[in-house]
Design a protein around this ligand. Structure first.
Ligand code: IMP
Length: 426
């Protein structure tokens, strides 16, 4: 199996961390290909919680992990992750593609002033938008520049000028960083990270040609994709399986499995349309059960019913070969459960997702109600883990099979709890 991509089908936080951890036991190499410290992939092993923001989760198993060219990396946050693993005596081989862009503090300041002015879209304030803006504007600084900082001085000046001018418009009193301070920070970061800078594109292509198995770890979700998501309430990168190829620099021919991850319900953080958002009474039950607070920001997540219209859209864009459904245990005890099968807009029923802000905010969900299933107690969980799919509660199986029908894809992995071992394969 040359390359397996794991992609979020909703608005991020689908539980991809748990699924990539499960799949990473059998791979030779793992690659993150977009986003940066806005992501928070969580893995729970024997009650211990590990949170990853940049590194592929396979680092936990000591695998060789790569950060591909499409990523924007916050060097200090990355160093914190490396130290977190070192404190557990885990020292994975890490390669950062020299083409990855560096996230500067001034990028985070721009997110902050934008959000504080009330004009932001509810970003994670990790400087992601500015990093991709500078990259597209050809004034970004890359990890290759850490190897020869003086060469990039001209570009650094232009970057500082561009970002400072925007910050000035929001908050003219805010202190501006000096070029010399940023330069000395670059030298400091360079001394710690330059040995990890390399050619991920070459490493991944070599590994594929040698028949190795590679895990491509997506971040955020398809509905946050800059082109196909709910623009402008999206992140600044492409989050889909197709994007993995261009962001890493590999041919699409290598991806043989595409696992689309969705939660048994929906969540979203930040602003933007969310047709199946629930009333707060039910939402707060699920939020507490599912610990639905941002891994990166701690913000309470908005909660909604499973939206088969948007997930079917995401499934098609990615061409998923199967689904992983997470957190089915967090819906247990809720009766009835609802599935959104269509939207109603001004008296018209629509069955296809339209990524238009003006239409989505008018969409009213059309629900199908199904009977709920009982709470999972520890003995029931151990029976399920031993005996597999057939021992899931009958109403849960009906729920899963209806989702398969509506989305048009089989559910191969079902996560019934946060622990590494609490996953069943159908
Ligand atoms: P940014 O990526 O920080 O610029 O934020 C843009 C939008 O994407 C905001 O609505 C964020 O809440 C959302 N977002 C970014 N990363 C994640 C994630 O990993 N999970 C869920 N939402 C995210």
């Amino acid at each position: 199996m040359p390359a397996i991509a794991v992609i979020g089908l909703q608005w991020g936080d689908e539980g991809k961390g748990k699924i990539v951890d499960y799949l990473s036991k059998d791979v030779d190499l793992a690659v993150r290909f977009q986003g940066g410290a806005n992501a928070g992939h969580t893995v729970v092993v024997n009650g211990k919680v590990y949170k990853f923001h940049h590194l592929p989760v396979a680092a936990l198993r000591g695998k060789h992990v790569c950060l591909a060219a499409g990523m924007v990396i916050d060097p200090e946050k990355l160093l914190e992750e490396i130290e977190m693993l070192a404190s557990e005596n885990i020292f994975p081989r890490i390669t950062i593609d020299g083409k990855c862009h560096i996230v500067f503090d001034i990028y985070k300041v721009l997110d902050e002033v934008e959000e504080e002015s009330g004009k932001g879209i509810g970003t994670t304030r990790r400087g992601i938008g500015s990093a991709y803006m500078c990259k597209a504007g050809r004034v970004g600084i890359r990890f290759y520049d850490l190897l020869n900082p003086s060469f990039a001085r001209n570009r650094l000046e232009k970057m500082l000028h561009t970002i400072s001018a925007i910050i000035e418009r929001y908050d003219s009193k805010r202190e501006k960083p000096e070029l010399k301070d940023i330069e000395s920070w670059i030298y400091k970061v360079s001394s710690k990270l330059k040995d990890m800078v390399g050619d991920v594109t070459g490493i991944v292509n070599d590994a594929l040609e040698q028949g190795k198995t590679i895990l491509l770890e997506g971040a955020q979700g398809t509905l946050l994709d800059i082109d196909h998501g709910t623009y402008p309430y999206v992140t600044s990168s492409n989050t889909t399986a197709g994007a993995a190829c261009s962001y890493i620099g590999i041919s699409p021919k290598w991806i043989k499995e595409i696992v689309g991850v969705a939660k048994a319900y929906s969540t979203r953080v930040g602003k933007g349309p969310f047709p199946t958002e629930m009333d707060e009474e039910t939402a707060s039950i699920i939020r507490d059960k599912g610990k639905e607070y941002g891994t990166t920001t701690g913000r309470p997540r908005r909660i909604g019913w499973f939206d088969a219209v948007s997930v079917r859209y995401s499934a098609r864009i990615n061409g998923i070969t199967c689904m992983a459904l997470t957190k089915v245990d967090c819906l247990s005890g809720i009766d009835p459960v609802k599935l959104c099968i269509a939207y109603e807009v001004n008296g018209t029923i629509i069955k296809d997702f339209i990524p238009r802000d003006d239409i989505l905010k008018e969409c009213r969900p059309v629900y199908e109600e199904l009977d709920g299933w009982e709470e999972f107690d520890p003995s029931m969980k151990s029976v399920i883990l031993r005996n597999g799919y057939g021992s899931l509660p009958k109403n849960l199986r009906i729920y899963l099979e209806r989702i398969e029908e509506l989305v048009g894809s089989s559910i191969k992995y079902i996560s019934i709890g946060p622990e590494r071992f609490e996953t069943i394969v159908k």
